[in-house]
Write a protein that binds this ligand. Structure first.
Ligand SMILES: [Zn+2]
Ligand SMILES: [Zn+2]
Length: 205
């Protein structure tokens, strides 16, 4: 870990301008899922909400056998409709499923099926943020890696300066407990732990 800079200035961005996604808990496997304007997409189990743009362009299929299991680790696989793919010797219909337990993506024989239920096409109502930590009785919430590293730089600096942008930037809106110097070491430690957890979980942006 590199030492925090002595001084840092407010980059002047709004919170939603840091990064392109917000990491949330997958509603299906609880793993890390990207949330953006197109919907939610889990990087662990493949769960996704369907972008409303052209749902008809996708053909849907489901693993042929009931109670499917991962052909690598034998753990149960989520049994939902997925986009149809082609594979194997005779170009048979398959779906590619990433196992939530061992993370291996394999192709499984599939048959045509209806699109996922409307419930899963809509965005789940309550998405829980993924990169969170308790710091001195407060909830620290980080949207993504760009947000995390901006906080690390700004909060780590002994001297924090206003940037070129006036008004309610993300940094200007930080709650007092985050800016307080008594919490600084704790916050920086939590941000480091979140960064480690993010990289272990395959969070890459
Ligand atoms: Zn998932
Ligand atoms: Zn597996």
């Amino acid at each position: 870990m590199k030492p925090p800079p002595h001084r840092a200035s407010d980059p002047g961005l709004r919170r939603q301008q840091f990064g392109h996604v917000v990491w949330v808990h997958c509603p299906q496997c609880d793993g890390p899922a990207k949330h953006n304007a197109l919907g939610v997409k889990c990087i662990r189990c493949g769960y996704m909400t369907i972008p409303v743009i052209k749902p008809a362009a996708v053909q849907w299929a489901r693993i042929t056998i009931s109670d499917p299991r991962c052909s690598h680790c034998r753990n149960p696989l989520p049994d939902t409709s997925r986009p149809l793919a082609r594979g194997g010797d005779e170009n048979r219909p398959v779906v590619r499923v990433r196992c939530p337990h061992c993370a291996k993506t394999m192709a499984y024989p599939a048959r045509a099926w209806s699109a996922p239920s409307r419930a899963s096409q809509q965005q789940p109502r309550r998405l829980k943020p993924y990169l969170t930590a308790q710091v001195a009785g407060n909830l620290l919430m980080v949207d993504n890696l760009a947000h995390l590293s901006a906080l690390e730089t700004y909060l780590g600096a002994a001297l924090r300066e206003r940037g070129p942008v006036r008004g309610l930037t993300m940094m200007a809106r930080l709650p007092a407990w985050m800016k307080s110097s008594t919490n600084r070491a704790k916050i920086l430690r939590s941000l480091r732990q979140l960064a480690d957890r993010a990289s272990k979980d395959g969070i890459d942006e």
